[in-house]
Design a protein around this ligand. Structure first.
Ligand code: G1P
Length: 292
């Protein structure tokens, strides 16, 4: 069955970015000039996803407005013959988006459970907004390609420094199937270095079969007293096989302040309007730092 649907959980409060996120959804913080969530939506579309459900919460209305038509703005740009900007604005509306609210912050697993009736009985992807992935083939497409051969759940993992395992879901890897596909023996959410079974961390892309909802419904709260998607995937792995896809492209963790700044600089260095100014600025800054 084709993978056509994606879920983007976006109900989190974004406390790591206060005060910026007091009145603005963290998903709307821009990387240069594009809201973070638009990178995720674009990856979904480039991967062939047709329908996207965004799980929102309080204060997330700007996300809905961002992907909705804005007749006044479009009319103004048309009148002023700002055709390029008009296209940029119109492009944000060419997507089948659906919204549902998670009423209580019970964790990522609970956010995904809100999508049960949207998903129905088909495989689907979960895409987390804090992870921006950049590779020749979009990461979600890589998962879909794996699914098309193995026809069962597959989640994206990547090596992380050993002292950072407590920020991630970590897999206990089994035997390798190929250079980028491995069996999973078990998964554990945010273990410390001593308890971590490996340094292969779940990054924010999952391709799951609908049986995950049975597991989520039975899932008691885990780490942080939240219903963890990682724990439900560990149960799913007992029912049917779940594989890990080893991602080798670039990943930006924009949920972290320093990484957010790095991401902005790297995307700035590729942005036609600012790249040469930014390059010069960085060169001069390096000279300044060198002189100190
Ligand atoms: C979530 C998941 C975790 C995963 C991570 C990837 O954690 O619970 O398993 O490794 O995303 O970014 P969060 O970053 O929301 O704390």
């Amino acid at each position: 069955m084709n993978v056509r649907k994606a879920i983007i959980p976006a109900a989190g409060l974004g406390t790591r970015f206060l005060p910026a996120t007091k009145a603005i959804a963290k998903e709307m913080l821009p990387i240069v000039d594009k809201p973070a969530i638009q990178f995720i939506v674009e990856e979904a579309l480039e991967s062939g996803i047709e329908d996207i459900l965004i799980v929102t919460g309080k204060g997330k209305k700007p996300i809905e407005d961002h992907f909705d038509a804005n007749a006044e703005l479009e009319g103004m740009l048309r009148n002023k013959e700002k055709h390029e900007l008009l296209k940029i604005v119109e492009d944000t509306t060419n997507v089948n988006l659906h919204f549902i609210r998670q009423s209580y912050p019970r964790g990522l697993g609970d956010a995904v459970l809100q999508a049960k009736s949207f998903v129905g009985n088909e495989p689907f992807v979960v895409m987390l907004g804090d992870d921006i992935a950049k590779d020749e083939v979009p990461l979600t497409k890589q998962l879909i390609n794996q699914y098309n051969t193995i026809l069962t759940s597959v989640i994206a993992v990547m090596e992380v420094p050993e002292k950072e395992t407590d920020k991630y879901g970590i897999i206990n890897p089994g035997s390798s199937i190929s250079s980028n596909l491995i069996n999973i023996q078990d998964l554990v959410e945010k273990p410390n270095t001593e308890a971590a079974p490996s340094n292969l961390a779940i990054i924010g892309r999952y391709l799951l079969t609908p049986e995950i909802f049975e597991c989520l419904e039975k899932q008691p709260p885990g780490a942080g007293n939240e219903i963890q998607l990682t724990d439900a995937i560990a149960s799913l792995n007992q029912m049917q096989r779940v594989f890990a896809h080893i991602y080798k492209g670039k990943r930006y963790d924009i949920g972290d302040k320093f990484e957010f700044i790095k991401t902005t600089i790297e995307y700035g260095l590729e942005h036609d309007e600012v790249k040469s100014k930014l390059e010069n600025y960085i060169k001069n800054m390096q000279l300044d730092i060198g002189m100190k």
